[in-house]
Design a protein around this ligand. Structure first.
Ligand code: NI
Length: 139
């Protein structure tokens, strides 16, 4: 466990009240926990924006599996990027639609490249990208 430090912050009362209400709604145990989470999010964001930073990310996509050319292209792209991909989960959403969640690890710019290739496949309905961190730099 890292050493804890107390520090003082001057902030507008209205902003703090709104922050405390939002934190309570999100079930944070206390204000310190909520602020620490904000700080981590900020650091993660900064981390991943450095293009060479190692990140962990999920790429999610939804497509109609009846369109075989889409299925084939999505598969080809994943093989092209197999060194980045840890695992892929395939969920049959309904009769027509499939969701794939791709867990990946590598350089941010390479994972962004994978995301752009998938977005470029005509027929994908949605491709989203969420970057996080390996956590090594954060306690
Ligand atoms: Ni499916």
């Amino acid at each position: 466990m890292a050493k804890l430090i107390r520090f003082g912050v001057s902030i507008e009362a209205n902003l703090l009240e709104a922050f405390d209400r939002a934190s309570a709604a999100q079930k944070y145990a206390n204000r310190s926990q909520a602020i620490a989470d904000l700080m981590r999010n900020k650091l993660i964001e900064r981390d991943w924006q450095k293009k060479n930073a190692q990140v962990v990310a999920t790429v999610s996509l939804v497509y109609n599996h009846h369109r075989r050319e889409v299925v084939n292209k999505v598969m080809d792209i994943q093989h092209d990027y197999q060194r980045l991909i840890i695992s892929t989960q395939h969920i049959h959403l309904d009769h027509d639609n499939c969701l794939e969640i791709i867990a990946s690890k590598g350089k941010a710019r390479d994972i962004v490249g994978l995301t752009h290739r998938l977005r470029g496949v005509k027929g994908t309905k949605h491709v989203s990208f969420t970057a996080t961190t390996s956590g090594k730099q954060l306690s």
